[in-house]
Design a protein around this ligand. Structure first.
Ligand SMILES: C[S@@+](CC[C@H](N)C(=O)[O-])C[C@H]1O[C@@H](n2cnc3c(N)ncnc32)[C@H](O)[C@@H]1O
Length: 312
């Protein structure tokens, strides 16, 4: 399978990163390397660190970026290890970082990675294929209560309870092994009339929820933002693209926290937190793709880009 992925908000990200030819940049979600390529083109003596937890993605990016390989260091790791990764590379300060969160079209298109409700594959959904927990474990081992909570919280699925009930019922007979088996169960749990009136595919929200759980997608974003901002040089920028409201809310709130001085509870008379304002928020409202981009690439429709700039 060829690595196909159309980069989202490409020009907007490059513009917002204010790339200095001699600067150090980190692409935390290299994927097929679309954003990385445009960053690399702007560097003279600068350096680009390309992270991805998916070995297939890094292989494809290595190919795409081969003309710039002297400026690039590839690291196959989860960006949640950002601090360690920078320490190991002896980097104290960076001039910008980009996160283009979520799965790539390549991951979705590969049926065998189990991300797609449109194709049949093993229930997997791990972005990092060396990780233990997979979608199979979630679907076959989690309690009914946990499944229902996950579908509700991470999928905003109104039918969460019934879907969880149907899953637990089905797996009493035999384990649920494939994406299509799961799609069939979801389709039985949601009444036909409701399914037909739903915007988008009826299995979309449950698949999103399981993917978030398997890859711990929300936790990693929340935790990495302060680590990246700490590592930014003054005026360095952090650009984050998200694809659904749960992620965008986290980015917005983390940026807000870093944009505040004291965060002591209001009833404490003297500040004990010593929290310093470290981030200027560049995008009060997130940047969204142009109408043209939304038309050309349906995956971009829900994208939101938020940008912050490190203070002195
Ligand atoms: C939307 S794609 C990036 C596409 C890329 N910007 C491009 O233009 O080709 C997201 C990539 O981030 C990776 N990824 C997601 N979460 C990650 C994490 N916590 N650590 C490392 N890589 C991650 C995925 O494996 C995937 O390849």
């Amino acid at each position: 399978v060829e690595f196909k992925h159309k980069s989202v908000l490409l020009n907007e990200c490059i513009e917002q990163l204010n790339i200095k030819p001699e600067g150090t940049y980190v692409d935390c979600t290299t994927g097929g390397g679309g954003h990385s390529l445009e960053i690399a083109k702007k560097l003279t003596t600068g350096r680009l660190i390309c992270l991805d937890q998916d070995t297939d993605a890094l292989k494809a990016a290595g190919e795409k970026l081969k003309d710039y390989k002297d400026k690039i260091t590839f690291v196959n790791d989860n960006f949640s290890n950002f601090k360690n990764i920078m320490e190991n590379l002896n980097i104290d300060n960076i001039d910008g970082a980009l996160l283009d969160i979520g799965v790539s079209s390549y991951q979705i298109d590969r049926a065998d990675r189990g991300f797609s409700y449109m194709q049949d594959g093993n229930l997997d959904m791990r972005m990092d294929q060396s990780q233990g927990l997979s979608a199979w474990d979630v679907v076959n081992k989690y309690s009914e209560r946990d499944l229902s909570d996950i579908f509700y919280k991470y999928g905003e699925e109104k039918w969460s309870k019934r879907i969880a009930e149907f899953i637990v019922e089905a797996r009493r007979e035999k384990s649920i092994d494939t994406t299509q088996e799961l799609v069939d169960i979801i389709s039985k749990a949601i009444p036909k009339k409701v399914r037909l009136e739903m915007g988008g595919h009826f299995a979309k929200r449950v698949f999103q929820a399981i993917r978030i759980e398997v890859n711990k997608e929300l936790e990693v974003i929340e935790n990495v933002i302060p680590d990246i901002v700490e590592c930014l040089a003054p005026k360095g920028r952090i650009c984050i693209i998200t694809f659904h409201s749960l992620e965008d809310r986290i980015v917005k709130n983390e940026f807000k926290k870093l944009n505040r001085g004291c965060i002591c509870p209001p009833d404490i008379p003297i500040c004990v937190c010593n929290h310093k304002k470290t981030l200027k928020i560049i995008t009060r409202k997130p940047i969204e793709p142009s109408e043209q981009e939304k038309e050309e690439n349906s995956r971009s429709r829900s994208a939101k880009l938020r940008v912050g700039e490190k203070l002195k």
